[in-house]
Design a binder for this molecule. Structure first.
Ligand code: DAH
Length: 339
């Protein structure tokens, strides 16, 4: 039996030396140390031994078992270390290689301009609110003092979902929605897309963007409107910016004005850029009409306010000297990369 045990140990040693992975090790463990393994079967035969031999063989069997166990453990460690080293080698990276640079995008000129406008107004304590692009006739026209068949609707033909639901032509609809929801003091701007059934050309698009402004409080005057717009336009176009307020008519403001910017190119003298006008038209504005206020439940005897609507495309084109609106929508990287 002694020889048998020795042979078992030698055989196990030989197999372990050849084992290539953990699965093979496990098979060897079962073969020698398992319940039906070689050592166990020796121990089972111990009954046939003499009382003198029994403890000697018992001790030897235990020490062979311990040896094989130890050998298994160290073979396991060796295999694991080898596998880890192989993995490291396979994943070796050359840290001296130049990195792959990521191409960083940047804001589209329309978004960059909008972000700047929003920053100016947030700085003056305005909130930014949004309104729906699919709007009812009521909010887009009726409540803005433009009843059906009002001539002011002629310049704002749009896309109708049905007789009363349409794509809004102006963000002025948000003025009404805001006054219905908020109590004065109100100070908001509302940027967003608007729609008109216009043919595409250098200055027209069936979808474009406006930024509406609305301030309602006690004692608001035209001076507040002028100061606010001057603050914005000087930030956008520089401190030397000159504005001109020209009387105009909008059904929802009284008095109303169009605000022009002195032409950068000719400083008011008239040139091809401003079509010999000396000024370029920028936006519409005015003091909110008392009728609009009272229909929104705000007492015009107590409160007054101003409103304005700016074309985002127009102020963006002015800032970057872009002469064709279509360029803003074509997403040609050669164009966009310039800004
Ligand atoms: N809604 C006008 C337009 O689309 C712009 C405008 C004019 C907005 C006067 C206003 C305003 O809030 O007071 O042409």
């Amino acid at each position: 039996m002694k020889e048998k045990l020795k042979a078992i140990e030698a055989a196990a040693r030989e197999k372990l030396a050849k084992a290539a992975d953990l699965k093979e090790l496990d098979e060897i463990r079962v073969e020698y140390l398992g319940k039906k393994g070689a050592i166990t079967s020796i121990l089972k035969q111990m009954g046939g031994l003499s009382p003198e031999e029994r403890p000697v063989i018992g001790q030897l069997a235990n020490s062979v078992r311990a040896d094989i166990d130890e050998m298994l453990r160290s073979a396991q460690n060796a295999i694991k270390t080898k596998a880890a080293a192989k993995k490291l080698e396979a994943e070796r990276i050359d840290v001296t290689l130049p990195g792959k640079s990521h191409r960083l995008g940047k804001a589209h000129p329309l978004n960059a301009t909008l972000a700047e406008v929003e920053e100016v107004f947030l700085g003056m304590g305005f909130d930014i609110v949004e309104g729906p692009e699919v709007e009812t006739d009521h909010y887009c026209f009726e409540a803005l003092n433009m009843p059906k068949h009002h001539p002011a609707r002629d310049t704002q033909d749009t896309f109708y979902i049905n007789e009363n639901v349409l794509l809004r032509t102006q963000t002025s609809s948000v003025q009404i929605r805001t006054m219905e929801k908020m109590k004065p003091p109100i100070r908001i701007i509302s940027p967003g897309a608007v729609y008109r059934s216009d043919a595409v050309d250098a200055t027209h698009s069936p979808i474009f963007h406006q930024i509406e402004g609305l301030v309602i409080d006690k004692g608001i005057t035209m001076a507040d409107l002028k100061g606010t717009l001057e603050m914005l336009l000087k930030r956008l176009y520089g401190e030397e910016t000159q504005l001109r307020f020209r009387p105009h008519h909008f059904p929802y403001t009284e008095p109303s004005a169009e605000v022009d910017l002195m032409c950068f190119n000719c400083h008011g003298k008239g040139c091809s850029m401003c079509k010999q006008e000396g000024y370029v038209e920028l936006l519409g504005a005015g003091m909110v009409h008392p009728k609009v206020l009272s229909e929104c439940g705000i007492d015009p005897e107590v409160y007054s306010g101003f409103a304005f609507g700016i074309g985002l495309e127009r102020i963006t084109m002015g800032r970057y000297n872009i002469n064709d609106m279509r360029l803003l929508y074509e997403n040609d990287m050669r164009f966009l990369n310039q800004f």
